[in-house]
Design a protein around this ligand. Structure first.
Ligand code: ADP
Ligand code: MG
Length: 217
């Protein structure tokens, strides 16, 4: 089972939104079953899941202390991918979650504040020795800021070419427990989620291969 953790010190970066959407994309691509884990005490992901009609992806309740054992049990139960949402903070608890990760996605808005704050998230992920990619989120259409942000981020690590744009359907679809793939399967947002998962999956495969060959993370 691949454990993907969404992490970013910044609140509002898009962790919870991407956690739900990536899990749905995993299943839509036939790469599931996926299971969601809400490691944020605020419980936004759980609240979304609780109003969701569809049975999949599953949500597995756990505490951070029990996370490693829980992940082992979920792998045993046959889940292919676990997607973990985390709180916006730099804490020992997040460090613990990151140590359970196989791969980390760092959502980042293309704003100066978010870019300045990204260093501390990267430090935490590097301290845990985990491979990661940045996902630019809530990008305005045709904005120069997006291009500049991608250039700035690429100095710290790999940036997903699938930019997540600022669109009302990302928020709107989640009101009743759905995602953009379900409210508008042929829409641009659904396309972005398809591309994002495709990229994350490929990067994850690359880092797994490198690890197996002993080339480090
Ligand atoms: N791509 C997007 N387009 C428009 N709104 C978005 C997008 N991603 C997230 N949002 C909205 O921005 C806010 C913060 O997103 P959220 O996923 O909760 O961030 P985090 O979990 O990092 O705090 C939410 O209101 C969410 O609906
Ligand atoms: Mg959140």
């Amino acid at each position: 089972m691949h454990v993907i953790v969404l992490a970013s010190q910044k609140g509002g970066a898009g962790k919870t939104t991407l956690a739900a959407h990536i899990a749905v994309a995993v299943e839509a691509a036939g790469d599931g079953p996926a299971v969601l884990i809400d490691a944020d005490p605020q419980g936004s992901l759980s609240a979304w899941w609780n109003v969701r009609e569809a049975q999949t992806p599953t949500l597995a309740p756990t505490t951070i202390a029990e996370l490693p054992a829980k992940l082992a049990a979920l792998a045993e139960a046959g889940y292919a991918v676990a997607v973990v949402d985390t709180p916006p903070a730099i804490t020992e608890a997040i460090g613990a979650v990151l140590r359970s990760a196989d791969f980390v996605v760092i959502p980042t808005r293309p704003s100066p504040h978010d870019l300045r704050a990204v260093g501390s998230t990267v430090e935490l992920v590097r301290a845990a020795g985990k491979p990661f990619v940045f996902a630019v989120t809530q990008a305005k259409a045709n904005a120069r800021l997006t291009v500049q942000a991608m250039a700035a981020l690429s100095e710290h690590g790999t940036v997903a070419p699938a930019v997540v744009h600022d669109r009302v359907d990302y928020a709107g679809s989640m009101i009743d427990g759905r995602t953009v793939q379900e409210t508008d399967p042929k829409g641009r947002s659904a396309g972005e989620m398809f591309e994002l998962w495709r990229f994350v999956k490929a990067q994850m495969a690359k880092s797994t291969k490198a690890r197996k060959e002993g080339k480090g993370s």
